[in-house]
Design a protein around this ligand. Structure first.
Ligand code: ZN
Length: 66
């Protein structure tokens, strides 16, 4: 099982560095790893403080069987 979270679902109108809608997807085995990957992404690409979005990230983290 793999957990994943999509950036764009959390930050409406999130744009990547080229001005395109952000399609970043964090993928990991654990929710903690998702949180840290997504936090790095939000800080690095969107200049957003992930501390404000922890609940959002948890809310959009899904689990899939691949
Ligand atoms: Zn993003």
């Amino acid at each position: 099982m793999v957990k994943y979270a999509r950036c764009n679902a959390m930050l409406s109108l999130a744009l990547d560095e080229n001005g395109q809608p952000c399609r970043y997807m964090a993928q990991a085995d654990t929710e903690d790893a998702i949180m840290s990957a997504m936090s790095d992404h939000l800080k690095g690409v969107h200049d957003v403080d992930p501390a404000d979005l922890i609940n959002n990230i948890k809310g959009i983290t899904k689990t899939t069987r691949k």
